[in-house]
Write a protein that binds this ligand. Structure first.
Ligand SMILES: Nc1ncnc2c1ncn2[C@@H]1O[C@H](COP(=O)(O)OP(=O)(O)OP(=O)(O)O)[C@@H](O)[C@H]1O
Ligand SMILES: [Mg+2]
Length: 271
């Protein structure tokens, strides 16, 4: 009998088996990873620098082609399915300048929908919705060259949202953001109904937004499970050059302080 995952692989958003990728210079960035992502899941991929997180996102979005098997929404990732996959998947790069290149934000956000062949009215509606969703209404005529890094980062997300992808891959969505822009992104991820896979070093953000965490190290999956379990496992995190999210460090310190206090009171009573 086939395993559950094999029977239902066409219904999965991502189905990867023994996925590997080697850069032309010989660097082995991914070494045979297997995982699945179901519709509506929000998954954080974490791991030390150079562990293969960004490379993985480029494979999922068809920017790079690896070895092994990979299906996105049931489509094997290959040349024949490239257009179908492109319509379903959006990637938000770590650097917003890789995404913004038009004279105005309106044109940047309209670029994808225009290329999808939508009518001017539909394009305008998509742009308005995407900008409103991210609190960028009013930025239509501004140029990305004059926006701050945080504003550009949010605008780059708008360019992807306007294409209404079903799977959104985000590379380090909160890196280099101030508190308010970070919060904006967190709120958007929390509210989003799409399937999301993101890479991050911001474990507090992962804790707040994702149901599931995958740890990558040296191109291999070291752990894959519920966020609440993985991000509380101090030993596992430290083994992989990571540390507990700050919010958990504080709550663990508080619990230990409380336990010590209770113990001291108990000891005093016994005396
Ligand atoms: N264009 C490239 N050519 C050769 N090697 C590369 C290239 N891009 C990345 N690598 C290497 O592939 C490995 C994985 O890199 P990747 O960028 O996927 O890591 P990462 O987990 O995203 O790291 P970070 O946390 O720093 O963003 C690293 O060893 C890196 O040096
Ligand atoms: Mg990276």
């Amino acid at each position: 009998m086939k395993k559950f995952s094999e029977r239902n692989q066409d219904k999965l958003v991502i189905w990867a088996r023994e996925l590997s990728y080697r850069y032309p210079d010989g660097t082995n960035a991914l070494r045979g990873i297997s995982f699945e992502i179901q519709e509506g899941e929000k998954v954080a991929v974490i791991g030390p620098n150079g562990s293969g997180k960004s490379t993985l996102l480029t494979l999922l979005t068809g920017i790079r082609r690896g070895e092994g098997e990979l299906k996105i929404f049931g489509y094997p990732v290959n040349k024949k399915n490239a257009i179908s996959i492109k319509k379903l998947v959006g990637i938000v790069f770590q650097n917003p300048d890789d995404q913004l290149f038009c004279p105005t934000i309106f044109e940047d956000v309209a670029f994808g929908p225009l290329n999808m062949g939508l009518s001017p009215d539909e394009v305008k509606q998509r742009v308005d919705e995407a900008l409103e969703n991210l609190g960028l209404t009013g930025y239509e005529n501004r140029s990305s060259f004059h926006l701050s890094f945080g504003e550009r980062k949010i605008a780059s997300l708008a360019t992807v949202l306007a294409m209404q992808p079903k799977l959104i891959a985000m590379d380090e969505p909160t890196s280099n953001l101030d508190l308010s822009h970070r919060r904006k992104i967190i709120r958007w991820i929390q509210k989003s109904l799409e399937t999301i896979i993101l890479t991050t070093h911001d474990l507090d953000m992962a804790l707040e937004t994702c149901h599931r965490v995958i740890i990558l190290n040296q191109g291999k999956i070291i752990a894959d499970g519920p966020t609440e379990i993985i991000l509380r496992d101090q030993k596992l995190l430290e083994k992989n050059d990571l540390e507990l999210p700050l919010s958990l460090q504080k709550s663990i310190k508080k619990t230990r302080f409380k336990e010590k206090k209770e113990q001291r009171t108990k000891n005093k009573k016994q005396i």
